[in-house]
Design a protein around this ligand. Sequence first.
Ligand SMILES: Nc1nc2c(ncn2[C@@H]2O[C@H](COP(=O)(O)OP(=O)(O)O)[C@@H](O)[C@H]2O)c(=O)[nH]1
Ligand SMILES: [Mg+2]
Length: 313
Amino acid sequence: MPIPHQEMRRIIKRRVRGLEGAERVEVLRHFLDQLPGYYNGPYGELRKWVLGLIEEANLRTEVRHRDSFFLARQGARQVVLVGPPNAGKSSLLHALTGRQVAIGDYPFTTLRPVEGMVAVGGAQIQLIDLPGLIGGAADGKGGGKSVLAAIRIADAALHIVPLTDEGIAEGRVVAEELAADNVHVRRGIVATKMDLDQDGSRLRHLREVFPDERVTPCSTATGEGLDGVRSLIWDLSGLIRVYAKPRGAPVSSDPVVLITGASVTDLIGRLNRAWLGKVRHAIVTGTSARFAGQRVGLDHLLEDGDVVELTLD
Ligand SMILES: Nc1nc2c(ncn2[C@@H]2O[C@H](COP(=O)(O)OP(=O)(O)O)[C@@H](O)[C@H]2O)c(=O)[nH]1
Ligand SMILES: [Mg+2]
């Protein structure tokens, strides 16, 4: 005669109280083996409950082992992929950077951040695939606090929303968690899995739900829209491309990538530090100049696409 199931539940609760990680899982598995082999009725319920506890304990362990998500910065900017589990974040990272990432049809495939470099606008930008962000993240659920901390220090975020039945609701949850934790990183929405939205109705709905956000659809299954995602990354990056022109020579076709707000001095520092102090002015053509070939001082702020001739005198 097996122990009555209510009594069994109490015993299990008492035995695992205060236990964490592998120890907790071991004890739970032991009880699971002891349970009579019913899959229905009260013992079936009890079995499901124990399995749930095991899953929870495993998840908590993994979450704790994801010590922190601070990856060393590389490249000109750091952009994180933020979204619910299964949104297609890892697939997108792979499509854009070629980096091999575990891709799975189940939540929490990515338990550690994975990074890859994507070349956009002549700059190398570091993309980071973070673990999925779930409801309650701002209260620490699912390791949410570390994920949110990593988002906060990034230069920008891609908010990944899959064009599936649940996707838009999950996208809302992510936006709410960011707001709840006061994360105001520059971001844009990438609507993934557009191949699953044949008639475009989900994309329209998503745009209605987020009327003030830029929404860029794509599919890693078909490759559609990936160029759009690259432009979004560029625009969010806050970088500018400036073309240097040696006097009497053609404009260099390789841009110098600078951060928005960079001055002529910053450009010189990047080209040749030995020129600092020797260059007194520059000749600028482009949006930052009042007219083509304007002569400007070293404090002049450059803009994307400017052509700059530096004169040594
Ligand atoms: N149909 C379709 N499925 C996709 C697409 N991108 C990802 N998936 C699938 O969605 C699941 C979750 O993808 P994954 O990249 O691991 O999502 P993550 O959890 O956000 O990193 C996997 O089964 C992928 O094959 C897509 O563009 N179209
Ligand atoms: Mg993933």
